[in-house]
Design a protein around this ligand. Structure first.
Ligand code: SF4
Ligand code: SF4
Length: 409
């Protein structure tokens, strides 16, 4: 069977159960933004079925445009009564489009960088140096450059609060570490959010885990898979499988997008079932110890934003909320649009900036209207942290954005 035939079969198998009921339409951020059926899950499924049957061509610019505009947020999957595996269909469709027309230049450059540690590590180091100057925070705004600067500024650690928390933690006993765990460090999380990794390590140690980090791990490959570079994604998956071979204990992830990808490696490469079965989001492992929290009183109002690849792809929602609800003094708000995509979606905000910002605008408007006004938005994915953080700055809202594990830490 040729590569194209395999992709057509993957699309058929994933999408065959769609009965066109339309229950998924109100859950789709791009449909809500454009009101165009071709920008809805149901409309895109019709297009993908046309590609797999050969009645539509991958050269058709309109087909490509509507499939390119999909966020890949998977908001349409949990609401579907027929169990349509939309994301698997989309992966195959994007790979088919990429084989025919290539991957757009900007996306190709970004994917090439994240394919090579020796390239993304120095770029992340330079971004950290820029962030430390304070210039991104000064230039953050609503124009294209201002928004990018806002994204960089939003990745910084909340210095004052973190320092105070660390001082407070000194002298408190951790439980005896008896269980092994492996921290998945990733690329953007490692490069720009090492403070979230530090918080994750402390929370795991507090929960009785001994935290290890294997050498040779890298980017999970989600960016590549979602952009149609399935070969690049497979190569990265194989590198990570090799790096974790021989280790034991849960593989702990604090990035929703990476966690969803690692849990689905078995769909992509051979011999990945055992690896995927070990992958856990941090909120699945860590629950607060009331005796440790009893002396704290955070006096903060926080709004929880559910990352798409945590809620829709991994179906994890109750655990982070339970974790946050146990923090004394924290007023936790869960806005109705919490589970809607923020428009980040990997490299989507770079390649589809217009629709990305339109989708983000609805989220920022909802956060701005919350009563009481939140001090902080909590979300467990690097893209969401940067996108929402930049959106809040562009709207002139003085609201911080943090990972939920930082709140617990
Ligand atoms: S994807 Fe599911 S919810 Fe959407 S139209 Fe098809 S069957 Fe209905
Ligand atoms: S993945 Fe998200 S953007 Fe794409 S069709 Fe489904 S709900 Fe809409």
């Amino acid at each position: 069977m040729s590569g194209s035939e395999q992709l057509a079969r993957q699309m058929d198998q994933a999408l065959a159960s769609c009965v066109h009921c339309g229950f998924c339409l109100p859950a789709c951020p791009t449909y809500l933004a454009t009101s165009d059926e071709a920008d809805s899950p149901r409309g895109r499924i019709v297009l993908m079925r046309g590609l797999s049957a050969g009645t539509l061509s991958p050269d058709d610019a309109a087909v490509a445009q509507h499939l390119d505009a999909c966020l890949g947020c998977r908001g349409c999957e949990p609401v579907c009564p027929s169990g349509v595996e939309y994301s698997k269909g989309l992966e195959a469709a994007r790979a088919m489009l990429a084989r025919r027309r290539g991957i757009p230049f900007v996306a190709r450059m970004v994917l090439a960088v994240f394919r090579r540690k020796w390239l993304w590590r120095p770029i992340m180091a330079m971004t950290r140096m820029l962030r430390a100057t304070g210039i991104p925070a000064q230039l953050a705004g609503s124009g294209r450059l201002g928004f990018m600067m806002g994204m960089v500024a939003a990745s910084r650690e909340s210095r004052v609060k973190s320092r105070e928390l660390r001082v407070e933690r000194q002298g408190k006993n951790s439980r005896l570490s008896t269980l092994n765990s492996q921290l998945f460090t990733g690329c953007v999380m490692q490069g720009l959010f090492s403070h979230v990794h530090d918080a994750t390590r402390r929370a795991l140690e507090q929960a009785g885990y001994n935290v290890q980090e294997v050498r040779g791990q890298g980017c999970c490959g989600a960016l590549h898979l979602h952009a149609g570079d399935d070969e690049g994604a497979r190569a990265l998956a194989r590198e990570n499988l090799a790096a974790f071979r021989g280790t034991e204990g849960p593989i702990v992830v604090n990035s929703a997008g990476c966690g969803a990808m690692l849990k689905e490696y078995a769909h992509l490469v051979e011999d990945a079932e055992d690896f995927s079965a070990r992958v856990r989001d941090i909120s699945e492992l860590v629950q607060p110890d009331p005796s440790q929290l009893s002396t704290l009183n955070s006096q903060l109002v926080a709004a929880y934003d559910a990352p798409c690849h945590l809620q829709h792809a991994q179906r994890i929602h109750a655990q982070p909320l339970a974790m946050l609800k146990s923090v004394p003094g924290l007023t936790l708000l869960v806005p109705p649009g919490s589970s809607q995509c923020c428009g980040s979606a990997g490299i989507y905000s770079l390649v589809e900036p217009g629709l990305s910002r339109e989708v983000l605008a609805a989220k920022i408007a909802e956060l701005a209207a919350l009563e009481p006004r939140p001090d902080v938005v909590l979300t467990g994915n690097p893209g969401c942290l940067m996108q929402i953080g930049a959106g809040l700055r562009a709207a002139g809202l003085d609201i911080e954005v943090r990972h939920p594990i930082e709140m617990l830490d």
